[in-house]
Design a protein around this ligand. Structure first.
Ligand code: FE2
Length: 293
């Protein structure tokens, strides 16, 4: 399965990121080719998921792994016991464990240039995993089993990037907490076959609806920013100066602590190196990096 099989008009992503949440409808049986509840149950009960690939969630927060692991593997029975207590789990980086998801991840990254990963979330019936939080990148939610209601608010932080936070709920300000406590959210109910586009920054709090457990995949598309392009150029300048005999000259303590000559040299050097960059070669390298890292 490829990205274009999950969303309508995947080609339009090349010129514009949708900024509003939207739901696409697909054949539930086709989506189950990616992962089934029976496969997840087998992974859990055969005790073959390494600790690095599983996160337990309790009361909207990540459980300290020392509670359930002794090292590389979770303690036998600990994940099932956690689920039986009505708590949620996340299976991380499933594209490293399943060929079909590796194909989807690779295609999505090549198509969009976004750093991409795929996780799964399993939440027992009438339970909640994470509370209100946002992700600093777009997520594509593929509902495989059960129903889940997503309580949504438009972004409270404009243009969040990964430095703001990732996955773990941000500390809301008093004003934001008040807003979230008293403003009715808009709700989206996902059923098997639904694929949900959740743009970066949208505040969300999902919970299962009904007795059945909910299973969904999250395809995270970590969009590149203009700052990422600047970092790409800055890395080229650093590589250039490190390879340059002049750049290896020492800075004296007096110039470092009292003078500005060294910094002025560095500023002039950086500007010159930037202007000397081959734009075509640099663009090719940025494309390659976006598709593969
Ligand atoms: Fe999220």
């Amino acid at each position: 399965m490829l990205l274009r099989d999950l969303i309508d008009d995947a080609g339009a992503l090349r010129t514009c990121w949708p900024s509003e949440p939207q739901v696409y409808r697909r054949d539930p049986a086709a989506l189950r080719a990616l992962l089934t509840m029976a496969e997840v149950d087998a992974l859990i009960d055969s005790e073959c998921i390494p600790s690095r690939n599983v996160v337990l969630l309790r009361d909207g927060a990540v459980v300290d792994p020392r509670e359930y692991t002794d090292g590389d593997m979770p303690r036998p029975g600990s994940i099932r016991a956690h689920l039986n207590q009505g708590q949620s789990i996340s299976l991380r980086l499933l594209h490293t464990m399943r060929p079909g998801l590796a194909r989807l991840k690779g295609d999505a990254q090549r198509e969009t240039g976004c750093r991409t990963h795929i996780n799964a979330y399993l939440t027992p019936g009438n339970c909640q995993g994470l509370r209100y939080h946002y992700d600093p990148y777009v997520t594509l939610i593929v509902q495989l089993h059960g129903r889940k209601t997503w309580h949504l608010h438009p972004p409270l932080v404009e243009r969040p990037t990964e430095e703001f936070d990732n996955f773990i709920p941000r500390r809301w300000t008093a004003e934001e907490r008040d807003y979230l406590a008293h403003t009715p959210p808009s709700d989206v109910v996902l059923e098997p076959g639904h694929v949900f586009w959740l743009p970066r920054g949208w505040v969300h709090s999902p919970e299962t609806t009904g007795e059945e457990p909910s299973l969904h995949l999250t395809l995270a598309l970590k969009q590149r920013t203009r700052a990422w392009l600047v970092e790409h150029l800055a890395e080229a300048v650093v590589r250039h100066v490190r390879a340059d005999f002049e750049g290896r000259d020492l800075v004296t303590p007096s110039d470092l602590f009292e003078g500005t000559e060294g910094l002025e040299w560095a500023r002039r050097y950086a500007i010159g190196a930037l202007l000397g960059i081959d734009a075509e070669a640099s663009a090719r390298a940025a494309r390659e990096k976006a598709r593969n890292t």
